[in-house]
Write a protein that binds this ligand. Structure first.
Ligand code: PA5
Length: 427
């Protein structure tokens, strides 16, 4: 398969000559540390071999579960936050939100805002719904509060037994409050492997179950990831290693921000997933590129000015589709009062591509190094490739940076303060 392309020419042009070759031994050694499991955080490397270790039975069980849920409701509330939320949403939104015969997925547990929950409960008012609750620790406050609310609503409507049929848990196999509840109530439960951290868990039931429920092909997603896994195993300087190399060189040359941009509207949540992946993995020990997400052309009319002429602190990673599109065209109008006749017959895809090319040229000329990651089209297979590409590059990059890419000690600070303020027993 292997359809992903990587173009680093417009980033390398900002680096001293031969710097790529100079750093190659370092990147290969970081890859070996990742593959041998000899680095920091090596008890969280289960994701590395996930694409080849997902069994037919695992996929079948998820597909059967989805068929059972679909017979009960057309709406699914997916409860989770961070790594237990963003991967599923990234793929579902990138594929347009709902596939053929898919459930309508709505999200909870990723915010504490009361207005959001009032709206959510209103939108569930007249409809049957099921809940997939996802939390590795099983104790994260945001999803726990949302789940309590949704479970009460299900129990009020269908009784305790009816609620049991409509709830699926994805959590630790042995510990945590959610594990205890699932065991006690008899909810169908899926295990998040101990050695897979939240932000690397999209290819476990954390991502696969909601993605399948939304009507998308999880087998193609896994096959895409496997194609990228095969590339990293068979090619010394594989695409993820090249990306890791260039972004590290740019960081060392003084760039502090990496912007992920895309002209594909539905890729917004993919970049949100990437933002968490890199932000939580690298932002520690007072180091790390700040990952930032921009949707173009929308954001060209807000941050376009800064990118073009503001402080030169960033480089850009563009995710693009290279395949054909284009049945929606600019039509002939009754007159040319809007001056758009020169676009007649051109498709929106063609116009968007010109905006993309023009923007990348302008950014490069304005002093912004540009890395381009292309796939021929956005589908399950290419998203699987992209996911594994960015995950693998993240592991290698983190080791090149000299941090443990698989912990997130800083995330605890806000929780400690919040629990104290809320008077949580024992804190
Ligand atoms: O990547 C991570 O580890 C975090 O973003 C977690 O996924 C997030 O905090 C949610 O944790 P949990 O799945 O334990 O509820």
């Amino acid at each position: 398969m292997d359809r992903l392309t990587l173009d680093v020419a417009n980033a390398v042009s900002f680096l001293p000559q031969n710097s790529l070759a100079g750093i190659e031994p370092e990147v290969l050694s970081a890859r070996d540390v990742l593959e041998n499991g000899s680095g920091a955080g090596n008890d969280f490397l289960g994701w590395v071999s996930l694409p080849e270790s997902i069994a037919e039975g695992d996929l079948k069980r998820i597909e059967d579960e989805v068929a059972r849920l679909k017979a009960l409701a057309r709406k699914l509330v997916v409860v989770g936050i961070g790594g237990s939320y963003l991967g599923a949403r990234a793929v579902i939104e990138a594929l347009g939100g709902r596939g053929t015969d898919g459930m309508e997925v709505v999200y909870a547990g990723h915010t504490l805002d009361e207005a959001y929950y009032r709206r959510l409960m209103r939108c569930l008012e007249d409809e049957d719904f099921c809940v997939v609750v996802i939390s590795k620790s099983g104790t994260t406050t945001e999803p726990a509060i949302a789940f309590r609310m949704l479970r009460s609503e299900l129990e009020r409507r269908y009784g305790r037994e009816g609620a049991r049929q409509r709830i699926v848990a994805v959590t630790d196999g042995a510990k945590g409050a959610l594990h205890g509840m699932a065991a006690g109530e008899g909810y169908p439960a899926y295990v998040i492997p101990d050695n897979v951290g939240g932000r690397f868990s999209v290819l476990t039931p954390v991502g696969l179950l909601p993605i399948a429920a939304a009507g998308f092909d999880i087998r193609s997603l896994v096959a895409g990831a496997l194609a990228m896994r095969t590339q990293v195993k068979s090619t010394p300087m594989s695409a993820p290693l090249q990306y890791a190399t260039v972004r590290n060189l740019l960081y060392r040359s003084g760039k502090k921000v990496e912007v992920m941009s895309s002209f594909l509207y539905d890729m917004h949540y993919f970049a949100e997933w990437w933002k968490q992946l890199y932000g939580e993995s690298e932002g520690k020990d007072a180091k790390g590129l700040l990952p930032y997400n921009l949707s173009f052309t929308t954001d060209l009319h807000s941050l376009g000015q800064y990118i073009q002429e503001g402080e030169r602190l960033m480089f850009e990673t563009l995710v693009k589709s290279t395949g054909k599109g284009g049945s929606l065209t600019v039509e002939q109008a009754s007159d040319n009062s809007d001056g758009l006749d020169y676009l007649c017959g051109k498709s929106l895809t063609e116009i968007n591509r010109c905006a993309e090319r023009g923007t990348m040229m302008a950014h490069h000329d304005g002093g912004v190094p540009v890395i381009e990651v292309g796939v021929d089209k956005i589908d399950e297979a290419s998203l699987g490739e992209l996911i594994y590409f960015f995950e693998y590059a993240c592991g290698v990059s983190g080791y090149m940076l000299g941090v443990n890419p698989f912990n997130q000690p800083g995330v605890e600070a806000y929780k400690r303060n919040m629990f104290k303020l809320l008077g949580k027993p024992g804190v």
